[in-house]
Write a protein that binds this ligand. Sequence first.
Ligand code: E4P
Length: 221
Amino acid sequence: MKFFVDTANLEDIKKAHKIGVLSGVTTNPSLVAKEGVKFEDRIAEILQAVSDVESVSAEVTPDALTAEEMITQADELIKINNRDSRITIKLPMTLAGLEATKYLAQKGVKTNVTLIFTVNQALLAARAGATYVSPFLGRLDDISEDGVLLVAKIAELFRVHGLDTQIIAASVRHPDHVTRVALAGAHIATIPFGVIEQLAKHPLTDQGLEKFAADWTKSVK
Ligand code: E4P
């Protein structure tokens, strides 16, 4: 399973990139709004900051309701950074979003269908030609449904039917989500930087380091 970082914060993206495990970035309207920056400028900054990732998701704005409106926005977004092929158009899981996905897929543009909450939604998006689908596990857990189980079912369905759309486990809230979606067959998890930091941590690692340091200090005296 690959790691994407789920943020529009440039510093967090750079920090995740520096670790050396980053394969992509996802943003959404809420994450961009939090940064108080111009959307297209931030996507360009991200593309320049992380030159070796495979995908940077830029979502059409919530006021684009028809496929035509989404495609018009996508046409502008794909021009960013000299038509950077890593730009991935993130589209909502609606009938219009599927129509736009089909159109963009036929043009060779990468797409990420977002706000997936059922297996059927994932199947529709895959059949429309989506490069990625984003099931939101944390938000399902919030309503007492099993987000990881959804990821496992989508992974099984894609395997059975030989669909090559990749699953991005999204709305990841804690390290246990990461372990469980990896085992469930997600190709990618998109994770807030704070959770990526948590993945590297364990109290026994910290204690072990403290003990090594104390023993070392004693021995060199
Ligand atoms: C995915 O692409 C979304 O940006 C994100 O994972 C949503 O997560 P949230 O439920 O924490 O807002």
